[in-house]
Design a binder for this molecule. Structure first.
Ligand code: IPE
Ligand code: IPE
Ligand code: MG
Length: 247
């Protein structure tokens, strides 16, 4: 099955020279998008998946090196079973339709606790990670059953094990060691965090990695998010003064 296409009108000429190394997206507003049209929430998720495909293609074409998407959070299990099932089905469809990314030499990395996901999904995720680990044109990072606090707790367990085995002592634990034990090991911190749908929060996404991120919020709902809107965010980002605590 071919990946769905969206209308694409933005051109690269609207882009600033300096692009972020890592852009993260909180794909929010799918449910409201569907509700506004009198449709069940799952239609919003399907429409949101099209935006996701288009953003991936666009970011690959303009040369962004790392993009992360919040697909399903550790908190999203609180939703009705019907909605969770619809999201998992959509995810399964997507995982079986990734040839285009591999052809484009995109490396796929799944972050989050895989163990709570249906087994066939876990297996496919591991397969895609293996098949794409040789690629370096862009890292496509998908957060599925991901929570920032869960990730930090998981890292703490790994480090505690190292201490227990006598490989390091507690006072040797540094920020770098913590970063290296997160699911995002080896991926640079987030430069630009984009959240559509009017919500002004992180909702537990990449909380460690966003310590010095720039934020871009918009009222647009994720299914309506476009290349033009991303260009706007990139221009906005390029005009900000990032001091990282310096002067
Ligand atoms: C984001 O859209 C998708 C997921 C959380 C899986 P929502 O489903 O949260 O949409 P709203 O926020 O209810 O509109
Ligand atoms: C964040 O959106 C999770 C994803 C986009 C996957 P939510 O809709 O779950 O976040 P809250 O509930 O508004 O904080
Ligand atoms: Mg939401």
């Amino acid at each position: 099955m071919a990946l769905p296409f969206k209308k694409k009108t933005a051109t690269k000429t609207e882009l600033p020279e300096k692009l972020p190394e890592h852009v993260a997206f909180i794909m929010d507003g799918n449910g409201r998008w569907a509700k506004k049209r009198g449709m069940p929430r799952k239609f919003g998720h399907r429409e949101g998946a099209k935006t996701f495909h288009d953003m991936t293609r666009y970011c690959r074409s303009i040369g962004i090196k790392n993009i992360s998407f919040y697909v399903f959070s550790t908190e999203n299990w609180k939703r009705p079973k019907e909605e969770i099932d619809a999201i998992m089905n959509l995810l399964w469809e997507y995982l079986n339709d990734c040839d285009e990314y591999l052809e484009q030499e995109v490396r796929m990395i799944f972050i989050g606790d895989k163990t709570r996901l249906p087994e066939k999904i876990q297996k496919r995720m591991i397969e895609l990670e293996e098949d794409s680990k040789k690629y370096n044109k862009m890292n496509l990072i998908l957060a599925i059953n991901y929570g920032g606090r869960d990730e930090i707790a998981h890292a703490a367990k790994l480090i505690a094990q190292e201490v227990k085995s006598g490989n390091i002592s507690p006072d040797e634990i540094t920020e770098d060691i913590i970063s290296d034990n997160l699911y995002t090991k080896g991926i640079p911190d987030v430069d630009l965090m984009i959240r559509p749908s009017g919500e002004l929060r992180l909702s537990n996404f990449l909380i460690w990695q966003c310590a010095y991120a720039e934020y871009y919020f918009t009222d647009i709902l994720w299914p309506d998010f476009s290349r033009e809107e991303l260009n706007k965010a990139l221009v906005d980002f390029s005009e900000r003064g990032r001091r990282f605590g310096g002067v």
